[in-house]
Structure formats: structure tokens, C-alpha cells
Design a protein around this ligand. Sequence first.
Ligand SMILES: Nc1ncnc2c1ncn2[C@@H]1O[C@H](COP(=O)(O)OP(=O)(O)O)[C@@H](O)[C@H]1O
Ligand SMILES: [Mg+2]
Length: 329
Amino acid sequence: MTATHSLPAKGQSVIRLSGVSKNFGAVSALTDIELDVKAGEVVALVGDNGAGKSTLVKVLAGVHQPSSGTIEFCGQPVTLDSPAKALDMGIATVFQDLALCENLDVVANLFLGHEMSPWALDEVAMEVRAWTLLRELAARIPSVREPIASLSGGQRQTVAIARSLLLNPKLIMLDEPTAALGVAQTAEGLNLIERVRDRGLGVIIISHNMEDVRAVADRIVVLRLGRNNGIFTPESSNQDLISAITGATDNSVSRRADRKAGEAQEQHGGAACARPRTSRCWTAATSACAMTTASPPWRRASSTACAPATSACCPSPSASSSSPSSFPR
Ligand SMILES: Nc1ncnc2c1ncn2[C@@H]1O[C@H](COP(=O)(O)OP(=O)(O)O)[C@@H](O)[C@H]1O
Ligand SMILES: [Mg+2]
């Protein structure tokens, strides 16, 4: 089998989902999902548990077939009816458990199921290819003949990503790539994701860690209860993101920000409108934005795009907490 899609130029769409829904019997795991990932772009998929992130990744990996909607890959409509087909087309997935064999060395893990000359293993060629790939990723692996069991969490993550790059994918999806990593290893992991992006691939990462998401993502797509609930940039505030993720403007993050802003205002003599923009302001502002741009209500690009509307004073904390969010869906 050979892949028939060539890697699009940077900035061109690698994968585009339109109106994708997935039902499991009576459960609607995904409803009318829109997603666009471009070559050379990292898109973070965030959302609370049950938001539909894993289901979406499985739809793209060919594990689940969508109940409705269309998927375009490199500009052509496609049907991803099996994981093998998705992989062959150029969609690679690094699952959270990494799926590595502890007792096998790095080379064996990289080529598992895709061995060179499988009837008389070409160990030298595989080892050379392994070193080349790892060097391209600037990976810090002591030896490609080390068993996986002796590698650190970060090194394992590197091997799993390198393995997914072996088949020259156009899109790579990483499920919680930094969840099991320490501080230094996380930084390394994020560097690795940037290097993958610099190769011109489209990258989707699922993460619960907002700092990691901000550090590496070009766009942040929020899912909530199986639906799109906003597209943000790394500059968007934590409040905005948490509001979109939870659907509530009155949450612990916004309350803390309100409290800190109130304290700062007291210290500076209570200047009017000294409080930073709250999620609630943002909701109102971006609703106005959505109306003027006639885009779907969830497509509230960057909150900075809505800057003019935010110049109005924010409502008082009591007003915002007494009136629950009317987050547009
Ligand atoms: N195989 C399945 N059968 C039935 N329901 C499922 C299945 N997979 C996921 N779901 C449901 O779909 C919804 C989204 O789940 P999931 O995609 O795992 O969310 P997330 O990864 O964001 O936590 C949940 O309500 C979940 O129970
Ligand atoms: Mg999940």
C-alpha cells in the first residue's frame, strides 16, 4: 500500500472536518464538529473529561467511523474506515500508553510491524535509519540498542514519536504527550513537538496542561460535551479557556482573578475599571464579535480580535456570579 497524498505546503489544510458527529447508540459523543489543521501547525484539543477528545482522535485514526459529516485529508474527501488505512494515508497517532515493548530495544520498537527485509532482518539498515531519525529529532537516546525498559519517560515518548514518523505521516496526533513526564522532560517533549511541526506536519495534541498547551500550540480548540466550544490562541487568558472548557464563567480561576484584581484595585486607590477583563466580559464581547463577523457562535477566534468590545467596564464580581454563564453553544 502506498500513500497517495503529498504533504501540503505550510499553511495549507492537512485535515478538515465538517459537521462530524459520532453516536454510540443513544450517546452523542461528538456533534457537528468542525476542525481544521494546517501543515506546520500545532492544534491543541482541550476539554473536560467526556468532552469527546479521545473519540475525535479515534475517528481520525480510523478506529471509529463517524455517524455523519465529512473529512477531507490534504484537500480530498476521505473515508477512514480502518486504522491501517489512516496510517497508510499519513495519519499517525501516539496514544497515551505509548504502546512500546519494554523488553525490545529502540530499533526493534521503531520498526515493529514495519521491519526492513522482514524475512532476513536488515539490522544494519534499521539501525542506521533509527539513528538518522533520532538525530533529526535531536533526541537524547544513549543507544538505539538499549531496551525500552531502561529508558526514561521522556526518552520513551521520543521513541514513540520517532516510530510514528517512520512512515512519513502528514498529520500526527499525540494524546497527553507530557502527562507522565517531569519538568525537564516535558520541556524536551515540547521541543520535540516543535521540531515535528517544523518538518511541516500538522500536529494535534490533547493535553490537560494549559501551560504546555500555551507553550506549543498555535491554536487551541475547546470541546465541551461533544461540541466545539471556542477556538483560542495561546495569548487567551486562563479564565477564557477554563470558561469555555467548563461552560461556567464563574469558576475558581475567574474568582481568583477577580479577587486578585480587587486587591490590586484597593492598593491603587480604587481606580475605576482597574479590574482585568473577566470571562463574563469576554463572553459578552465575543458574542458581539460573533454577530458582527457572522461566524458560527463557537468560532470566536482570539479574544484579542474582540478587543474593542472589551473596553467597556466589566460587571461586578457579584453580578457575574449571580448570573450564570450564557456561553453560546
Ligand atoms: N465506545 C464507546 N461506547 C459508548 N460511549 C462512548 C464510547 N466511547 C466514548 N463514549 C462516550 O462518549 C463521550 C466522550 O468520551 P471521550 O471521547 O472518551 O471523552 P474525553 O476523551 O474528552 O474524555 C463520553 O460520554 C463517553 O462515555
Ligand atoms: Mg479521553
